[in-house]
Design a protein around this ligand. Structure first.
Ligand SMILES: Nc1ncnc2c1ncn2[C@@H]1O[C@H](COP(=O)(O)OP(=O)(O)OP(=O)(O)O)[C@@H](O)[C@H]1O
Ligand SMILES: [Zn+2]
Length: 757
């Protein structure tokens, strides 16, 4: 057996290149495709349940030239093949060869696939034949127990019935594995059974293969449970919606036929079918399905509502703003689905362990079969039997299956609470966070500042100042611009046209109005103008500046090319939840640092209010990035931002968190963890989920390994039998899957929630 194929039963990675298949698609693109465009083919494979099958598929498709990468989503039984083939028939025929029938899926439906209930993987027919097999196997065992010889005709006949009714799928898969020179659990089982027959233990052979068959069915059924539990969390949007027809009537139509900008009506008590903007009506909407927040949110004309959320009180008319496949809910489902096809570190660890464990046990089994009889310390018969028992416990099934189930349940639990985690890696790393850097504006504060002061320093009136400032800010997305623009909107004046507009990140804006060049921004921006000011003007400017900053306001200076014209001050409110979150994180032993582009005085004041002692202010985006780089060189570092200016820093941190992701596409895309709600308390909650997931993960690993060790010892001392080993293996698999599922019901109670509600 070759180096590669000697790896374990189950889904140990086959080689480095294939292992990358678990990484996001863009990686696959760069791989060995010779610059051609990589296409993706999504396939639904009904009987792809177990990591063993993943391995078989990898083995069989590995030989096909033009396949760049494979993404496995075992839980949803979807295989995505990234390839450069012009004809994909070869994929189907290769799959058929190993007994898998594949159904092509349109690329866009992969998301909604999570939200459909799946056909159960255990059919009635399988249950009936397995029952017949079970009766036959136990009759065989019973006859032998009543005194019939183990190789007498009635015993052999009943055993054969059991093997044919219950063992054919196992034997078939073993044959495929053998042909591919891969050592997997089916091959181990088949070896054990054939070995038992060879030493005349017919009843034993029958019982083992039937127990294993039942185990496989139970495992498939329990994975179904995991699948449905997760689908149940995500599936919340109705399939039809009450739409306005061209003749003015309302009619229920299927959601997938509804187009953008159509009007739909949602009555009280109904779930909303598509994302939309409220066109008329007023209601409170329970948005838990998207944001995880338990309090309903008031919705009126102009507000955004999401598919899957529950309209509680009034009738709403909505203008549809996204198609079914693009709703926030579908994107969350898609994101969870993509996350689960990426291996978490523990999973890779377990896979690696499994890759060594099985061959080692196999060699030990061989030694046990051969050495004692050669040395004359045991009979051939007994040694062979012991060796076969060892083969049964060589299967790392429970271990390998429990990790993905647990991780997926952790991801689903978090998604249910409005925390969107982009991969098992971040879920596992969360518990190791030692330092979290927080952005100020929009993260600790609401990010919706209001204009508090307008101080004229030259000939302009307040109204003129406001008009110039607002016209300049019209081209900016910065929260400061929002403050100035919304005040200006109240005045009812028009904005003036601006020529040669430019916006300088972390400084301000400038442009030309009526032939005059203006700039508006922070002190850094003003100083870059190099104006020579009369001493008395300089004095007034400095005094006002100091005074406003003393009040913890962000001060902007409006200037033309020769004079300083005015000071404008804005103030932002701290989020109520920030304080509690900061305290909780500190209790968890995490260091907090505030990073901000704002002035030192205001930064320090806000930090003091929330209880953060380390502050870095007046940072440019690249300086934020530098700070994060320094932090993450030393410890596991998280960064929380709103994803607009701080995308590079978010990307550099070990875990980048984006706030209020439900409102912003960039945030949802750039973050490793997207907090759907504008609430920092989701951060300690994320860490708690991470810790609980790790706990369950290690419980499972510990339990599975203990059972193996126990049986190893029992076997070596001649105290276990083959069917006991199968029983233990199955039982362990089942228990670890159930233990993983328990996570879904984990109560993420937190101090802050109980005290604030
Ligand atoms: N469009 C703008 N108009 C006027 N001033 C601006 C504008 N954009 C940035 N500034 C000034 O530059 C400063 C730094 O901006 P930056 O976006 O880096 O940080 P911030 O939003 O204030 O805070 P944080 O870094 O916490 O998000 C702002 O405090 C403001 O004084
Ligand atoms: Zn197993």
């Amino acid at each position: 057996m070759s180096e590669k194929s000697s790896c374990a039963c189950e889904h140990a990675p086959i080689d480095a290149a294939n292992d990358k298949a678990a990484a996001p698609h863009n990686l696959a693109k760069n791989e060995s495709t010779g610059g051609q465009d990589t296409q993706s083919l999504a396939l639904k494979i009904q009987n792809m349940d177990c990591p063993t099958e993943e391995k078989l598929i990898r083995l069989s498709l590995k030989t096909v030239a033009g396949i760049a990468a494979l993404d496995f989503d075992l839980l949803n039984r979807i295989l995505t093949v990234h390839h450069t083939l012009s004809n994909t028939d070869i994929i189907f025929s290769k799959l058929k060869e190993i007994g898998m029938s594949a159904l092509p899926l349109p690329a866009t439906t992969t998301a909604s696939a999570t939200t459909q209930t799946q056909t159960p993987s255990v059919s009635r027919r399988q249950i009936i034949t397995m029952s017949i097999a079970a009766v036959a196997a136990f009759s065989s065992e019973f006859l032998a127990w009543r005194g019939a010889a183990n190789d007498s005709l009635p015993v052999i006949m009943t055993a054969l019935i059991a093997v044919f009714a219950g063992g054919i799928p196992t034997l078939k898969k073993a044959w495929v594995a053998l042909r591919h020179l891969s050592l997997n659990i089916y091959l181990l089982m088949a070896t054990a059974v054939i070995g038992a027959v060879a030493i005349g233990q017919w009843p034993e052979a029958a019982v083992v293969i039937v127990l294993f068959g039942i185990a496989e069915l139970i495992e498939a059924a329990s994975l179904d449970r995991a699948r449905n539990a997760i689908a149940g969390l995500m599936a919340h949007a109705p399939e039809t919606a009450n739409t306005l027809q061209t003749n003015g009537e309302w009619k229920d139509s299927p959601v997938n036929e509804i187009t953008l900008d159509q009007m739909i009506r949602v009555r009280a008590g109904e779930r909303i079918a598509l994302d939309g903007i409220v066109a008329s009506g007023h209601s409170s909407v329970d948005q838990a399905a998207i944001t995880g927040e338990s309090m309903p949110v008031e919705k009126r004309t102009g507000d955004q509502v999401y598919a899957g959320t529950l309209n509680q009180s009034g009738t709403l008319q909505l203008r549809v703003s996204s198609l079914q496949a693009d709703t926030m809910l579908s994107r969350i489902a898609r994101s969870v689905q993509q996350a689960q096809s990426q291996r978490a570190p523990t999973q890779s660890l377990v896979d690696q362990f499994a890759a060594y464990y099985t061959p080692v046990v196999f060699v030990v089994a061989l030694l046990i079969a051969v050495l004692p009889p050669l040395l004359g310390t045991n009979s051939w018969h007994d040694s062979l039997y012991q060796a076969l028992v060892l083969l049964v416990i060589a299967c790392p099934c429970a271990l390998v299956i429990s990790t993905p189930v647990t991780v997926v349940c952790g991801l689903a639990l978090a998604a249910k609470r409005g925390i969107l985690i982009k991969g098992g890696l971040y879920l596992e790393q969360g518990k190791n966070l030692r330092l979290i850097a927080l952005d100020k504006t929009g993260t600790l504060t609401e990010g919706k500042p209001s204009l508090t002061d307008v101080i004229a320093l030259a000939h302009l009136s307040q109204a003129e100042i406001l008009q110039i400032a607002a016209s300049l800010e019209a081209g900016s997305q910065h929260p400061v611009a929002y403050a100035i623009l919304s005040r200006h909107a109240e005045s009812g004046e028009n904005l003036m046209p601006v020529l040669h507009f430019s916006s300088i990140t972390a400084s301000g804006v400038n442009g030309e109005i009526n032939g005059q060049r203006y700039s508006l921004g922070n002190l850094r921006m003003f100083e870059s103008l190099n104006l020579t000011l009369a001493p008395e003007v300089k004095k007034i400017l400095d005094e006002n500046l100091a005074q406003l900053e003393q009040q913890n306001k962000t001060v902007l200076i409006l200037a033309d090319t020769r004079h300083v014209l005015a000071l404008l001050a804005v103030a932002d409110k701290l989020r109520v939840s920030s304080q509690t979150a900061v305290r909780e994180l500190q209790t968890m032993g995490i260091d907090l640092v505030m990073l901000t582009g704002d002035n030192a005085q205001t930064a320090k004041a806000i930090a003091a209010q929330v209880g953060i002692s380390e502050v870095r202010s007046q940072l440019l985006p690249e300086e934020k990035l530098l700070a994060i780089t320094q932090f993450s060189d030393k410890q596991i570092t998280g960064m929380v931002g709103d994803g607009v200016n701080d995308a590079p820093a978010l990307a550099r941190a070990h875990i980048g968190f984006a706030m209020g992701a439900a409102g912003s596409d960039t945030a949802l895309e750039t973050a490793d963890v997207a907090l759907m709600q504008d609430d920092l308390r989701k951060l300690p909650e994320f860490i708690r989920i991470s810790k609980q997931t790790a706990r369950v993960l290690w419980q499972n690993i510990g339990f599975a390994i203990s059972v193996k060790i126990l049986f190893f010892a029992l076997t070596l001392t001649g105290h276990s039998s083959m069917w006991m080993a199968v029983f233990a293996d199955t039982g362990t698999s089942l228990l670890v899957v159930l233990n993983g599922l328990r996570l879904l019901r984990y109560q993420v109670s937190s101090v802050s929630e109980t005290s604030s509600s």
